[in-house]
Design a protein around this ligand. Structure first.
Ligand code: GLU
Length: 366
């Protein structure tokens, strides 16, 4: 396992811990740097860090998972803390893992330190709205983008959407979008994708997934109400469907130099961290596809964490409505900053986000 601390000029290090069988040090370093730019862009008083354990959490028993979580904290205890480095969930970890970690940390410091972790369960001092925060933030950013979109993207009034990944991030953004009238036609998990051109009933699908732990590939739950055998295919094929907006919400490096030419969406909303490789970025830009970068699109997670941290420090708790309202405001501000930098420097969305994020860090280092 690893914990990488990239930069802390703006405040304590902040970033998730992932449990994934393919994690490695280089990946964690890259993700830690992304957190520095993300917290800077979001206007938070944090630096950037990331952690990982190379393990497949789905192959572990609950007891083993708890043992791994606690052992990780024993190893990094001297480097974390509420004003030093504040971990959170990421791919393959969740509120339960954070609760075990916070408990272990509290034992080691001989007093409870709930503000040393975010993404905790509500019972253990977590925040209302932290669980949907990343998906909700992405939904807010997409709506802001559509308000000012360039006519060249020619997006339908009811935009058609494909989402890769149906974990915490993918399932919540799917829910917010479909509630708001967007048509989500395809979703996937690590085992494959399903496609219903009429639009998928996301509420039903999410409920099924909660009950069984996997996406049911037998029925598609069309919005029209009837369940019929759905079209199933690979995660890779989902990327090239004829949709308006493509949302990679799983892992990094999925849109590459090899498949970017086949992307038919006009907008890619990066809800995963680093899903588009630099080669793919160049190809998409040439083809006029707008890529809304991860450090903006998925910033809602760490913004939600920030509000949890404040509540944990103060021992005062807010309602979900209040928290989501605060997240919405922060996302809109961040979007406006990026849109302004984009205009001023005449660059793409990713470059504009980096201009702002890097400047804020650099100015604090002088
Ligand atoms: N893992 C999330 C991210 O990549 C959240 C990090 C946090 O809340 O610290 O942004």
């Amino acid at each position: 396992g690893w914990r990488v601390q990239h930069n802390n000029v703006l405040g304590p290090y902040k970033g998730g811990i992932r449990f994934h069988p393919a994690s490695n040090l280089d990946e964690v370093k890259a993700l830690a740097a992304l957190m520095t730019w993300k917290t800077s862009l979001m206007g938070l008083p944090y630096g950037g860090a990331k952690g990982a354990v190379r393990v497949n959490p789905h192959e572990l028993s609950e007891r083993e998972l708890e043992a791994v979580s606690r052992a990780y904290i024993r190893a990094v205890k001297d480097h974390i803390g509420p004003d030093r480095d504040i971990p959170a969930p990421d791919v393959g970890t969740n509120a339960q893992v954070m609760d075990w970690m916070a408990d272990e940390y509290g034992k080691l410091t001989v007093k409870p330190e709930p503000a040393a972790f975010t993404g905790k369960s509500i019972e253990k001092g977590g925040s209302q709205g932290r669980e949907p925060a990343t998906g909700f933030g992405g939904f807010v950013v997409l709506r802001e983008f559509l308000k000012i979109q360039d006519t060249r993207y020619k997006i339908r009034d009811t935009p058609i959407i494909a989402i890769q990944g149906f974990g915490n991030v993918g399932s919540y953004i799917a829910k917010y979008l479909s509630k708001d009238g967007f048509r989500v036609v395809a979703v996937s998990d690590s085992k494959g994708a399903l496609y219903e051109p009429e639009g998928i009933n996301i509420e039903k699908l999410a409920h099924e997934k909660e009950m069984r732990g996997i996406i049911d590939r037998g029925l598609c739950y069309a919005v029209s109400g009837h369940g019929r055998p759905c079209q199933t295919f690979s995660n890779e094929d989902l990327l090239t469907l004829p949709v308006d907006i493509l949302i990679p919400a799983a892992l990094e490096g999925v849109i590459t130099g090899k498949n970017a030419a086949g992307i038919r969406a006009k907008v890619v909303l990066e809800m995963a961290n680093g899903p588009v490789t630099p080669e793919a970025d160049t190809i998409l830009e040439k083809r006029g596809v707008a890529v809304i970068p991860d450090i903006l699109a998925n910033g809602g997670g760490v913004v939600g964490s920030y509000f949890e941290w404040i509540q944990s420090l103060d021992q005062k708790y807010w309602s979900e409505e209040v928290v989501l309202g605060k997240i919405e405001e922060k996302m809109k501000e961040a979007f406006a900053r990026v849109a302004e930098a984009k205009k001023e420097y005449n660059v793409n969305w990713r470059e504009a986000a980096y201009v702002y994020a890097i400047n804020r860090v650099a100015n604090s280092m002088i």
